[in-house]
Design a protein around this ligand. Sequence first.
Ligand code: ZN
Length: 112
Amino acid sequence: MLVIPCPYCGPRPELEFRYGGEAHIARPEDPSTLDDEAWGAFLYLRSNPKGLHAERWRHIHGCARYFNVVRDTISDTILASYKVGEAKPDMDALARILAGGPRAAAGEEKSK
Ligand SMILES: [Zn+2]
Protein backbone atom coordinates (compact mmCIF):
# COMPACT_ATOMS: atom_id res chain seq x y z
CA MET A 1 0.00 0.00 0.00
CA LEU A 2 1.16 3.47 -0.84
CA VAL A 3 1.92 5.72 2.15
CA ILE A 4 1.27 9.36 1.29
CA PRO A 5 2.81 12.13 3.41
CA CYS A 6 0.12 14.77 3.99
CA PRO A 7 1.91 18.08 4.70
CA TYR A 8 -0.64 18.79 7.46
CA CYS A 9 -1.09 15.34 9.11
CA GLY A 10 2.03 13.35 8.24
CA PRO A 11 2.29 9.94 6.56
CA ARG A 12 -1.02 8.11 6.15
CA PRO A 13 -2.21 5.09 4.12
CA GLU A 14 -3.38 5.68 0.56
CA LEU A 15 -6.96 4.70 1.48
CA GLU A 16 -7.38 8.04 3.27
CA PHE A 17 -6.78 10.03 0.07
CA ARG A 18 -8.34 10.77 -3.30
CA TYR A 19 -6.33 11.54 -6.41
CA GLY A 20 -7.01 14.97 -7.87
CA GLY A 21 -5.16 14.92 -11.17
CA GLU A 22 -2.12 16.78 -12.39
CA ALA A 23 -0.94 19.69 -10.23
CA HIS A 24 -0.08 23.21 -11.37
CA ILE A 25 -2.75 23.45 -14.09
CA ALA A 26 -3.59 27.14 -14.17
CA ARG A 27 -7.04 28.24 -15.30
CA PRO A 28 -6.78 30.75 -18.18
CA GLU A 29 -7.14 34.38 -17.07
CA ASP A 30 -9.97 35.08 -19.54
CA PRO A 31 -11.50 31.84 -20.90
CA SER A 32 -13.79 33.78 -23.27
CA THR A 33 -10.76 34.74 -25.36
CA LEU A 34 -9.80 31.10 -26.02
CA ASP A 35 -10.81 29.21 -29.11
CA ASP A 36 -12.34 25.73 -28.77
CA GLU A 37 -9.01 23.98 -29.30
CA ALA A 38 -7.24 25.94 -26.54
CA TRP A 39 -10.17 25.51 -24.13
CA GLY A 40 -10.30 21.78 -24.86
CA ALA A 41 -6.56 21.54 -24.20
CA PHE A 42 -6.98 23.27 -20.85
CA LEU A 43 -9.82 20.95 -19.86
CA TYR A 44 -8.54 17.62 -21.10
CA LEU A 45 -4.86 17.52 -22.08
CA ARG A 46 -2.50 16.38 -19.31
CA SER A 47 1.14 15.38 -19.45
CA ASN A 48 0.85 11.76 -18.14
CA PRO A 49 4.64 11.25 -17.92
CA LYS A 50 6.53 8.04 -17.32
CA GLY A 51 8.63 9.17 -14.37
CA LEU A 52 8.26 12.14 -12.05
CA HIS A 53 4.79 13.64 -11.95
CA ALA A 54 3.47 16.55 -9.86
CA GLU A 55 -0.06 15.63 -8.82
CA ARG A 56 -2.80 16.91 -6.56
CA TRP A 57 -4.24 14.81 -3.75
CA ARG A 58 -6.95 15.40 -1.16
CA HIS A 59 -6.85 13.94 2.35
CA ILE A 60 -10.58 13.12 2.46
CA HIS A 61 -10.42 10.94 5.60
CA GLY A 62 -8.16 13.33 7.49
CA CYS A 63 -7.78 17.09 7.28
CA ALA A 64 -9.79 17.23 3.98
CA ARG A 65 -7.21 19.57 2.48
CA TYR A 66 -5.73 19.51 -1.00
CA PHE A 67 -1.97 19.31 -1.40
CA ASN A 68 0.60 18.38 -4.05
CA VAL A 69 2.87 15.38 -4.32
CA VAL A 70 5.74 14.55 -6.66
CA ARG A 71 5.54 10.84 -7.41
CA ASP A 72 7.57 8.57 -9.68
CA THR A 73 4.91 6.85 -11.79
CA ILE A 74 7.21 3.89 -12.46
CA SER A 75 8.03 2.89 -8.87
CA ASP A 76 5.29 4.82 -6.97
CA THR A 77 8.05 6.47 -4.92
CA ILE A 78 6.90 9.77 -3.44
CA LEU A 79 9.73 12.29 -3.45
CA ALA A 80 8.02 15.46 -2.22
CA SER A 81 4.80 16.63 -0.60
CA TYR A 82 3.89 20.30 -0.31
CA LYS A 83 0.97 22.62 0.31
CA VAL A 84 -1.07 24.14 -2.50
CA GLY A 85 0.41 27.55 -3.33
CA GLU A 86 3.96 26.52 -2.52
CA ALA A 87 6.47 26.39 -5.36
CA LYS A 88 6.91 23.19 -7.33
CA PRO A 89 10.13 21.46 -6.22
CA ASP A 90 13.15 21.26 -8.50
CA MET A 91 12.17 18.22 -10.59
CA ASP A 92 15.73 17.73 -11.91
CA ALA A 93 17.10 17.52 -8.34
CA LEU A 94 14.36 15.04 -7.42
CA ALA A 95 15.21 12.95 -10.50
CA ARG A 96 18.86 12.84 -9.38
CA ILE A 97 17.76 11.73 -5.89
CA LEU A 98 15.63 9.02 -7.44
CA ALA A 99 18.49 7.87 -9.66
CA GLY A 100 21.24 7.75 -7.11
CA GLY A 101 20.28 8.98 -3.67
CA PRO A 102 20.87 12.33 -1.96
CA ARG A 103 24.61 12.41 -2.72
CA ALA A 104 23.84 12.32 -6.43
CA ALA A 105 21.45 15.23 -5.94
CA ALA A 106 24.28 17.26 -4.42
CA GLY A 107 26.40 16.61 -7.51
CA GLU A 108 28.80 14.22 -5.79
CA GLU A 109 30.13 11.11 -7.48
CA LYS A 110 29.15 7.78 -6.02
CA SER A 111 32.08 6.10 -4.27
CA LYS A 112 32.73 2.50 -5.26
ZN1 ZN B 1 -4.12 15.69 6.13
